[in-house]
Design a protein around this ligand. Sequence first.
Ligand code: MRU
Length: 351
Amino acid sequence: MMLVKGTHYRTIWLEGSRVRMINQPLLPHSFEIFDSTDHQETAAAIRTMIVRGAGAIGAAGGFALAQAALEAPEKGFFDYVDRAFVTIRSTRPTAQNLFYSLERVLRAIKAAGNPALSKRAAVQEAEAIADQDAAACKRIGELGKSLVPDPARVLTHCNAGWLAFVDWGSALSPLYAAKREGKKVFVWVDETRPRCQGAFLTAWELGEENVPLALIPDNASGYYMKKGEVDMVIVGSDRIARNGDVANKIGTYEKAVLARENDIPFYVAAPISTIDWECRSGDDIPIEERSEDEVLSICGRDKHEELKSVRIAPSGTKARNPAFDVTPAKYISAIITEKGIVKPHDLISLK
Ligand code: MRU
């Protein structure tokens, strides 16, 4: 369970018609809650990554559509909801949880049949998705902790902890569970350029949980693997194809290949809601391409704690910025879900 300075939070939740979420771009320097009053604002929060991470994006999408139902006029109610659905689904393309949540909430709205009942159904369904997400991640921790040796030196990429879900997290959940059982867990945290989710978010989150860590440059993981200082790699996922190929933050593929080369187990932790049964392989997974500015500059705090972005490349340099890559199933030792731990080629048994 997520504790920030001893208080239990969820990453995102609904309060009346407001969606409240941890303002992630402000971390680790300040912990603030961002309030969104309508579905447009929640959609913008997903797009600008105030909320990010597959599960949290999914919950945000569900809550945004519930907000749209609450806001919709009696006349033209279903048209308003349909338009909101299109707006919210166009925020980010890769995380399957967004489409999973939106479709569930839309189905609940349509099944209820009239505006008053649909409003209630939308809220109930969005809340249920968030609760199920939290329960699934807790279970991933309970199951996955058996894979964590004692002591363990674990490498992770990006942020797949409780900030990336409603609670508990995916890749970090087994580590929290192992630690709570008394195992000695140490984490190598990849910085995860260009947005530095490892440096900004995972380092902060593990610090809140008192898990010892070392932040390393993205290109240092092979060095530590080869030296025998990494016992396992664990990452989350934004979308898993039915053949067990896994999309996750750019750079994950390299870690998997390096892990194989060095005989280190490579695990993916994700709830069933991240699996896209319609995608036959990773080739079908849409990969978000983000602004080149994220690559051409780097963002951080100066000595006065002021947020600054500084350019690191010659002006006029062109850049490319794919946000995710696909790790082929053959590099993955196992996928940890709430329904069990499976080999990637057995994923279909969970359907
Ligand atoms: O671009 P982000 O920060 O939303 O990407 C997040 C990741 O890639 C996580 O590793 C992924 O969502 C898995 S954990 C939910």
